[in-house]
Design a protein around this ligand. Structure first.
Ligand SMILES: [Cu+2]
Length: 122
């Protein structure tokens, strides 16, 4: 019984050390990298249907197509048009002036069926 105790203790300390390293690395990345937003596409909506970001800085936007068919994430005013197959994920960088922009899906009449959202940049 007693020989196993120190080993367990050492393992626990090692796990803590790894956790500390991991958290440290994540914190550093978060400070350095651009802010990020996530939006998912399904039939027939964007989730969320409203995104907010700061103006004039690079913002990473991760678009996940969680639907069963193709969708797009399109913002005409910003010349953004990303097409995603079912299950696909795309990452883009958006840098925009203050305004409200509409994002829509350009597949068939998906926009008319509800695939519209608003990106508020301020
Ligand atoms: Cu669509």
């Amino acid at each position: 019984m007693s020989p196993s105790r120190p080993r367990t203790f050492r393992t626990a300390r090692w796990a803590l050390a790894i956790a500390a390293l991991t958290f440290g690395a994540c914190g550093g990345d978060a400070d350095d990298s651009a802010a990020s937003l996530r939006v998912a596409t399904t039939e027939m909506r964007f989730t969320p249907a409203r995104l907010e970001m700061k103006a004039s800085q690079d913002v990473r936007v991760i678009v996940d197509n969680r639907g069963d068919v193709d969708h797009t994430f399109s913002i005409d005013e910003l010349d953004i048009h990303v097409k995603l197959n079912s299950g696909e994920r795309e990452e883009l960088t958006v840098n925009a002036a203050p305004a409200s922009y509409e994002y829509v899906c350009r597949i068939l009449d998906h926009a008319g069926l509800g695939m519209v959202g608003t990106l508020v940049v301020s």
